[in-house]
Design a protein around this ligand. Structure first.
Ligand code: ZN
Ligand code: ZN
Length: 277
């Protein structure tokens, strides 16, 4: 596609006048496609969209990067106001899951029950629970499950399928989206629990497009080791994208680290930011 605009509707930081929240939501407009990628944690997505002049009844598709509450909190409201939307998600996005941070209470981080219910009641012909890669429009793909190949990447947190912390959650539902532009791939991430290197390399292989033009989204590097940060930055230098826009759960330390290695290519994302491609 020749032209696309990506608007950050919800993020952990925001432009003046918009609400920041621990969550993520993008509007991707490419050709005649209008896609919501993730839908934040709360009502803030809708108030931010209104301020940004975005009519949330218009997009034809919703893609969920994974089933955590901070990416799916607006599902029920979105499907209520936009009942004809096509929804793409991995079936595991519906499962119950927890985070167990040492010294903190156990937290359930699943998709909220009302949103799971709304998704299950959405017409079956509009619902696409997919585990593998698919092209949702011409030149727009979603990864489905991403092979975890690098030795230095993990899901980025203490994620479990049970509240006792016995069964690790590999977050198989984590997926990313890509746009195929004449000058390379633009990759849109949710939380990137599969790892940035695993994700980008998988998309390069699957799309058969080697050049990476830009990367935007949550990179979940806030607890990453020096080894992981260095290896990730090294790969970013090798791919040499025009822009890297870390958002949401990337972590300030990781952003500083990337900036120290990649300079002004790295620009921190915020709700209200608009990227024209
Ligand atoms: Zn997550
Ligand atoms: Zn997240």
């Amino acid at each position: 596609m020749n032209k696309a605009v990506i608007t950050i509707i919800a993020d952990n930081v925001s432009d003046r006048g918009l609400t920041a929240e621990h969550g993520l939501s993008f509007l991707i407009q490419a050709g005649c496609e209008s896609i919501v990628f993730d839908i934040g944690q709360s009502e803030a997505v809708f108030s931010n969209a209104a301020i940004l002049g975005i009519d949330m009844t218009e997009p034809q598709m919703l893609v969920l990067s994974h089933g955590h509450y901070d990416h799916t909190g607006g599902v029920a409201e979105l499907l209520r106001i936009n009942p004809e939307m096509m929804v793409y998600y991995h079936p595991d996005a519906m499962i119950t899951r927890f985070s167990l941070h040492p010294g903190k209470p156990v937290k359930e981080i699943s998709m909220p029950p009302a949103c799971r219910k709304a998704l299950l009641h959405h017409p079956s012909e509009l619902r696409h629970p997919v585990t593998g890669t698919c092209w949702i429009a011409s030149g727009i793909g979603i990864t489905g499950e991403i092979p975890r190949l690098t030795p230095f990447e993990d899901t980025g947190g203490p994620f479990f399928l049970d509240s006792a912390g016995n069964e690790p959650d590999r977050i198989r539902d984590d997926q990313s989206l890509w746009l195929e532009t004449p000058s390379g791939l633009v990759i849109v991430l949710g939380c990137c629990h599969s790892g940035l290197v695993n994700t980008v390399e998988y998309i390069r292989k699957t799309s058969r497009i080697q050049r990476v033009r830009g990367i935007i989204g949550g990179m979940h590097l806030l607890h990453a080791s020096e080894v992981r940060l260095a290896a990730t930055a090294e790969k970013l230098r090798e791919w040499a994208p025009e822009f890297i826009i870390p958002c949401h759960c990337t972590g300030d330390n990781a952003i500083d680290f990337m900036r120290s290695r990649l300079g002004d290519t790295v620009r921190t994302g915020y709700a209200g930011m608009k990227i024209t491609i």
